[in-house]
Design a protein around this ligand. Structure first.
Ligand code: BES
Ligand code: ZN
Ligand code: ZN
Length: 474
């Protein structure tokens, strides 16, 4: 899929007209019937309608300006789905998008929605040609600002890569394989990657990562991604830490199959978002110094697996009483958060499919977030969240929640009990930080089982567009 700029439209190109100025639609119509139909649609306040001018199709999308601007932009992204279905159903390979307004924001939002709608994960189908979407190129009719189109193309590419990683099963994406994929993506987009393998992880005594890995036959990895542009806007880096549990069985605290385990290949979605974000930043040459940290392993029961009751010495020397081996994400993230401290960071994010509690609280509709980085940063994150429609639901992060993590025999335990599960997970992580910190729990929106408009089906790539927007505007 490619989004490009075009200066003119050919007579056979299918087109989409996007805007509010309904007077600008008429010149595109040929027959009186079409003009009649336009009148009908406008009288009946229709927002999307199609003209069949075989071999070309014209879709009109009228912007709803009654809504807040971010909500109306999201409507535009979603409307693109109609075109995606229409185009692919008729085996067309390209469409041209034409804005009816001076501002290009809706025009680009439509292109974004259309590109993201068109994503498929077909690589394991023998007959993929039959199922493959025909749409390959989205042309945006513009005389200037091709820069914004190039940027959007790179962002969508990064979201595609992120989704691919999330959709890849354990059999083809172990921790080592993930680290190789990250290295490849680094070469592609121009950021540096250093990978620590098991020997190095052992010598560093990353106890949390090693504990979770004990039940696995595959070794763990720890990847460090560095995007340091020539003249960065920030002196101290922003650090993104992503949960890279390539498969979560729960370990000895085994999850039930069917509903809880079937999609646990997605438990590295946080890692994928971090990689995707840095890919997008580097390929667009955004002048902000960012470092990504990805601890990765699968979590399995085995003869040597860590057990409930174990006391683990973490990378920062804290001791953790493990009372549930299914609370493994926080064990590996804790060590990465300790590593982050060495980088003297300005701000650190963790991104993780961390708790079923976050999913239960807000569903797939947003990202559960909490932190101690202050109101200004949180507000700016929320603003990005609305803008790209990966919205933030801020949860409390009160000191009192720390009480729930007290252990009798260790510095803290890895579960907090029945209530406030998303928050106690965040509080556990905060224990390993001493810098401004924001935690993003993406357990709800990271992976969806039924098609959800332009978010598609399976891995959504959530987090990439959010963090890209936040960091770009930092
Ligand atoms: N990977 C899961 C969380 C998850 C749930 C991700 C649903 C995606 C969808 C995580 O490791 C986990 O199992 N968390 C436990 C924590 C509990 C044992 C304290 C949970 O949420 O049940
Ligand atoms: Zn788990
Ligand atoms: Zn997990």
């Amino acid at each position: 899929m490619k989004i490009t700029v075009t200066a003119r439209t050919g007579p056979k190109d299918s087109i989409v007209l996007i805007g509010k100025s309904t007077a600008k639609i008429k010149p595109w119509l040929k027959s009186d019937q079409e003009k009649e139909y336009l009148k009908f649609c406008l009288n009946n306040k229709k927002k999307q309608f199609v003209f069949n001018q075989y071999p070309r199709w014209i879709l009109v999308h009228l912007i709803d300006d009654q809504k807040k601007s971010f909500a109306s932009l999201e409507d535009t992204r979603k409307a693109s789905r109609i075109m995606s279905d229409l185009v692919n159903d008729r085996k067309l390979t390209s469409v041209t998008l034409i804005g009816l307004e001076k501002k290009n924001d809706h025009l680009l939002a439509f292109a974004e929605g259309l590109a993201l709608s068109n994503y498929q994960f077909n690589k394991y189908l023998n007959k993929k040609e039959d199922k493959a979407n025909s749409l390959k190129t989205i042309k945006v009719l513009l005389r200037d600002s091709s820069k914004a189109v190039k940027e959007l193309d790179q962002i969508c590419r990064a979201v595609y890569r992120t989704r691919d990683l999330v959709n890849e099963p354990l059999s083809t994406l172990t921790a080592v394989k993930l680290s190789k994929e990250i290295e490849n993506m680094g070469k592609e987009a121009g950021f540096d990657v250093e990978t620590f393998h098991k020997k190095k992880i052992k010598s560093l005594r990353m106890g949390g990562l090693l504990a979770v890995n004990k039940g696995s036959i595959d070794p763990p990895t720890f990847s460090i991604l560095t995007w340091k542009p020539e003249k960065p806007r920030n002196d101290k880096p922003i650090v993104l830490v992503g949960k890279g549990v390539v498969y979560d069985t729960g370990g000895l605290s085994l999850k039930p199959t069917n509903d809880a385990m079937d999609y646990m290949k997605c438990d590295m979605a946080g890692a994928a978002s971090v990689v995707g974000t840095i890919h997008a930043l580097a390929s667009n040459n955004i002048p902000v110094h960012v470092v990504g940290l990805i601890p990765a392993t699968d979590n399995r029961p085995d003869g040597n697996a860590y057990v409930p009751g174990d006391v683990i010495k973490m990378f920062d020397n804290s001791t953790v009483e493990v009372l549930n081996t299914d609370a493994e994400g926080r064990m590996i993230l804790a060590d990465a958060l300790t590593w982050a401290d060495k980088l003297n960071p300005q701000l650190v994010f963790s991104v993780a499919t961390l708790t079923g509690a976050a999913h239960a609280a807000i569903g797939k509709y947003g990202i559960v977030s909490m932190g101690n980085a202050g109101k200004k940063k949180m507000d700016s994150l929320k603003k990005s969240g609305e803008h790209v429609f990966e919205r933030i639901a801020e949860f409390p992060f009160w000191d009192e929640y720390d009480e729930l993590l007290k252990s009798d025999i260790a510095d803290l335990k890895n579960i907090g009990g029945r209530y406030a599960g998303a928050i106690t997970a965040g509080k556990f992580l905060e224990h390993f930080t001493n810098y401004p910190y924001i935690h993003l729990d993406i357990a709800g929106p990271a992976y969806i089982k039924t098609r959800d408009n332009y978010r598609g089906k399976g891995g959504t790539g959530i987090g990439v567009r959010l963090l890209y927007d936040f960091i770009k505007n930092y």
